[in-house]
Design a binder for this molecule. Structure first.
Ligand SMILES: [Zn+2]
Length: 256
């Protein structure tokens, strides 16, 4: 629980984004356990040693001591203790996958209860994706599926959204029904309103719940990688009523 002594609050948090502010400060977007997603002003830290600047890299996980003035929405940084600098020393594709998660969490709207779950999910994701040697994009897909679950908007991978039967193969994502439809239900008349899947993309969707154990043995082509990512983003976009895209992933697809 946050301590209210001297109006200082202690919490765990992960930096989603930092922006320079005036000559010597940063404004940080931080996902915290106790206060949800907050804005933190780190005053004067850019004037200090370079090591101090490193404390405020995106996706750093830290223990925060914060001051909250009643007049402002912002928290003021009092002290910070690094727990894990997640982006430190990771390769480019992994870094892109990690930053895509942060980018996604910056684009969603959530309350404090959801933020606690998202914080835990992000922590697990960062710890997992860094260990994966191949096909890390599938770990991001699992992250996105878990997000839709947290918001009560699951994407079912074990049944067709139209006939409810377990699919032999999925033919398309059907935005109006917010789900995947099987090849038997997909008719030519749907062509203009669905996002068609390739057989290999369908196969990846069906494998997705258990894909963690297969990452070393499967191949995900770049077109399938983009297609599945797009379908998951469209699914989230439907729920949040806004088009959600992930720029960070371009780096991944350039060097997967
Ligand atoms: Zn069906």
């Amino acid at each position: 629980m946050p301590s209210h002594r001297n109006r200082s609050h202690t919490t765990q948090g992960i930096i989603l984004m930092r922006k320079p502010w005036k000559e010597s400060s940063f404004i940080l977007d931080v996902l915290t356990v106790d206060f949800g997603r907050i804005t933190v002003l780190a005053q004067g830290v850019r004037r200090q040693r370079k090591a101090m600047e490193g404390m405020f890299e995106s996706l750093n996980e830290a223990e925060w001591v914060l001051h909250k003035s009643p007049e402002s929405e912002w928290f003021i940084l009092k002290d910070i203790t690094m727990v894990t600098p997640h982006l430190y020393d990771v390769n480019l594709p992994t870094s892109a996958l990690m930053q895509a998660a942060a980018e996604l969490l910056l684009k969603l709207l959530y309350d404090d209860m959801e933020a606690v779950q998202l914080y835990q999910l992000l922590k697990e994701y960062l710890a997992y994706v860094v260990k994966v040697q191949r096909n890390g994009i599938a770990v991001l897909w699992r992250f996105m599926l878990r997000i839709s679950l947290i918001f009560g908007f699951p994407l079912f991978l074990n049944r067709c959204v139209k006939c409810s039967k377990p699919p032999q193969a999925f033919g398309a994502y059907y935005p109006q029904l917010n789900g995947l439809i099987c090849t038997s239900c997909l008719h030519p008349a749907h062509r203009d309103v669905v996002i068609p899947l390739t057989p290999t993309a369908s196969d990846l969707f069906i494998k997705l719940p258990h894909i963690g154990s297969m990452l070393d043995d499967i191949t995900i082509s770049i077109p399938d990688g983009r297609l599945i990512t797009d379908v998951l983003l469209i699914h989230l976009s439907q729920h949040f009523n806004r088009a959600i895209t992930l720029k960070s992933l371009e780096l991944y697809f350039l060097a997967p």
